[in-house]
Design a protein around this ligand. Structure first.
Ligand SMILES: [Zn+2]
Length: 371
């Protein structure tokens, strides 16, 4: 074969493959690696009341707040072949502070740190609050026949679910400072909190950041042990911030106290939250699959059958601040269902259901990718 002929043939093959790839991304078809096609935010009662059934909608999983679970609802959804997963608020039950003001996060100046944009967090070492959440976690798992439970708001006192996050440094309460010294063997001088906080965010930053991450990871360890005792077949998932470990100056660890690798010891499913419109990528649904791909590399998850860890992104279809136009439903779900993801769910039914054109587009997509 002449060299020119060889090159021509190779180019033609290349062109054919490229075109095929383009067609594949444009036309959804069954995606057998996607096991979960979910809706977050409760059962789609508006559709069920029209006598539609979940299998014909392509939906096979419902995520609902643990406070709205009922036996009847769970049975109804399971009858239609769906899995039922509960969402569980870990560190964001602001009501608790009414009777327990000592659980308020303390800022760098030693005073109570106001809730950033209303997002109230809780001191992660408050023993009463921790017991309160663990007891509730156990109760939910014992009482309801759920297929899994997802941690939510498992991060420090911060408002990060927006384009420009607000993440004050906390918690410098006496309890946290004492526990830090006990756990890390670092001893702090006798000094006002304002001085200690600058030491902890300066010279001792590495030890401080890792200790905070370890405190939050230890909550996850305890959640796992409760799940193993009460409903061992259920999955433990977490809804978590979609940033990489380097974005926003490493805020995932050094502000939010999320150590994904440490939590991976206890968690089965990582539900990364790439709300593209909300988080400043309104014209770029591909951001979803880029963040998911990073997570896969970070945790060594490929989306292959038999892997212990799984990634099921929760993607934004409902409007929240920024609007998600109906034309984006397909690309958002396309990027949300690319490997290493093996499941997906849409955020969130309560505000999505009146936008029936988007609901129809979601159903169409789910039905198309259903194996
Ligand atoms: Zn504290």
């Amino acid at each position: 074969m002449t060299r020119i002929l060889k090159w021509t043939l190779l180019s033609l093959i290349g062109l054919f493959l490229a075109q095929d790839a383009l067609l594949q991304s444009a036309e959804p078809k069954p995606r057998s690696h996607i096991k979960i096609r979910g809706i977050y935010g409760g059962a789609p009662t508006q559709l069920l009341e029209q006598n539609k059934r979940l299998p014909e909608l392509g939906v096979n999983a419902i995520f609902m707040g643990s406070g709205s679970l009922t036996d009847k609802r769970i049975a109804q959804l399971k009858q239609q072949g769906a899995k039922v997963f509960a969402e569980f608020n870990t560190l964001h039950v602001a009501n608790y502070l009414k009777d327990h003001p000592d659980a308020r996060p303390i800022g760098v100046d030693g005073n109570i740190c106001p809730a950033p944009q209303g997002w109230q967090g809780i001191c992660p070492t408050h023993p009463g609050y921790r017991k309160y959440r663990m007891d509730e976690f156990r109760r939910v798992l014992k009482e309801y026949e759920i297929d899994g439970i997802w941690l939510d708001y498992h991060h420090s006192h911060a408002s990060w679910e927006r384009a420009v996050p607000e993440m004050p440094d906390t918690c410098f309460c006496d309890r946290c400072l004492k526990q830090f010294q006990r756990d890390t063997k670092v001893s702090l001088p006798e000094a006002p909190t304002s001085e200690l906080s600058s030491l902890l965010l300066g010279k001792q930053k590495a030890a401080w950041v890792q200790w905070r991450c370890d405190v939050f990871s230890d909550w996850v360890r305890e959640f796992r042990s409760i799940l193993d005792e009460t409903r061992p077949k259920a999955l433990l998932g977490t809804f978590h911030c979609p940033w990489t470990e380097t974005e926003f100056n490493g805020a995932l660890k050094n502000k939010l106290a999320i150590d994904l690798k440490a939590q991976a010891k206890y968690v089965d499913v990582f539900s990364i939250m790439p709300y593209h419109a909300r988080f400043n990528h309104p014209k770029d649904p591909a951001w979803i699959s880029r963040q998911t791909a990073w997570l896969g590399r970070h945790l060594d998850i490929k989306g292959e059958p038999g892997e212990r860890l799984k990634i099921w992104p929760i993607v934004q279809l409902s409007d929240w601040g920024e609007q998600v136009p109906v034309e984006q439903v397909k690309p958002v779900l396309d990027h949300g269902t690319r490997l290493p993801a093996t499941g997906v769910m849409v955020f969130r039914w309560g505000s999505l259901h009146p936008q029936t054109d988007k609901v129809d587009a979601m159903i169409e997509y789910y039905r198309t990718i259903k194996p």
